[in-house]
Design a protein around this ligand. Structure first.
Ligand SMILES: [Zn+2]
Length: 350
């Protein structure tokens, strides 16, 4: 195993950022894997999962069971990780450019292109994105570990990789898969799959490729037992796809969750500001018209409450972790059987 430190120059004098990268070279012929976590600095379930995975990788390395290169970046965004304001970590948008750290990645025409050549402003966040993309390109498996607010575990999967990635969703014990295509704001997963969309089948090999944004439940689901569970899931993926050899590992679970196009996600929004009283939680099944949330808009008034109802039947995938909403803010994701009447092209969230 080789550890290197990546440096990202800051945009002002005296400032620079660094993060470690762990590489297991493995054998020359096996499939390869790239795993990163915490692109949005404060999303830590993936960080602790990778921390729990590392001993399994070290053991496999010692025993000579790693068949292809594995690159691990447990904490991919030191810029976001440092963005505290009034004791709150705000790791989603770069303070200087106000750009989401998981949008506006360079979109390469082919896997061999240089991401640095596509930088527009060359700001620190763009340099970081180019570096992460350069580190990941060429790997057969690319997993970007995030989390939602309060959530079931689920995957975003490019439609070209489905149903080939069903085994991955089963091995990781995911409850749901959201399938997307087209433009999602040049998120890391789009930047990872885009260069292969026009490639010859011998290079694209969609039946062998994994690209996914992994939503490891909610922000507060940072827990030793869950981390072990998720690490074993990642390890199963690596074994199943031939990156690591482990004949003693039992066969993984079959995926039995919900797979739906992202167009079927109802982004239920707050019609007014106020205090949120949720009547549903992630994992609940709801009927069309069922009450989801009460917003206490004018506390104390006879008609001071506003009810929010399900636009269609389906599964509650996520809800917010805060309880103070503004008008128009997202309240929850409901996955239905039909396209949402309010679906817009692009990423589900800003
Ligand atoms: Zn995220």
């Amino acid at each position: 195993m080789r550890k290197t430190i990546e440096f990202i120059e800051g945009d002002t004098e005296g400032v620079s950022y660094s993060f470690p990268v762990y590489v297991f070279e493995g054998g020359p012929t096996g499939p390869t894997a790239y795993l990163q976590a915490a692109l949005h600095g404060g999303e830590l379930p993936g960080v602790v999962a990778l921390d729990a995975l590392m001993p399994l990788l070290r053991q496999a390395d010692i025993e000579g069971r790693i068949r292809g290169k594995i690159t691990v970046v447990p904490s991919a965004n030191p810029i976001a990780r440092a963005q505290y304001q009034a004791h709150e970590l705000m790791g989603r948008f770069h303070f200087r450019t106000l750009t989401n750290f998981n949008r506006d990645f360079p979109l390469l025409s082919s896997p061999g292109d240089d991401p640095y050549a596509l930088l527009e402003e060359n700001s620190a966040d763009q340099r970081l994105k180019a570096r992460l993309l350069a580190l990941s390109m060429g790997h057969d498996i690319v997993l970007d570990l995030h989390c939602d607010d309060e959530s079931l575990p689920y995957l975003y999967v490019p439609k070209v990789l489905w149903p080939f990635m069903r085994d991955c969703a089963g091995a990781m014990n995911m409850d749901a898969v959201l399938l997307w295509d087209g433009d999602c704001g040049a998120a890391f997963d789009q930047a990872s799959i885009d260069p292969y969309l026009g490639a010859p089948a011998s290079l694209a090999r969609f039946n062998k490729r994994i690209v996914s944004t992994v939503e490891y439940r909610g922000l507060a689901d940072v827990d030793a037992n869950i981390a072990q569970h998720d690490a074993r899931g990642l390890y199963r993926v690596l074994v199943m796809r031939g990156v690591i050899e482990d004949e003693k590992l039992p066969p993984p679970n079959q995926f039995s969750g919900l797979a739906a196009p992202v167009e079927n996600v109802e982004m239920v929004r707050a019609p007014c500001a106020g205090a949120l009283l949720y009547h549903v939680k992630p994992g609940d099944r709801v009927e069309e018209g069922q009450r989801l949330v009460t917003i206490v808009q004018m506390p104390g008034e006879m008609d001071g409450r506003t009810e929010v109802f399900a636009p269609q039947s389906g599964l509650i995938l996520t809800r917010r972790h805060h309880r103070a909403t503004t008008k128009g803010d997202d309240l929850l994701k409901l996955v239905g059987a039909h396209p949402s009447a309010t679906h817009k092209p692009g990423a589900l969230e800003d």
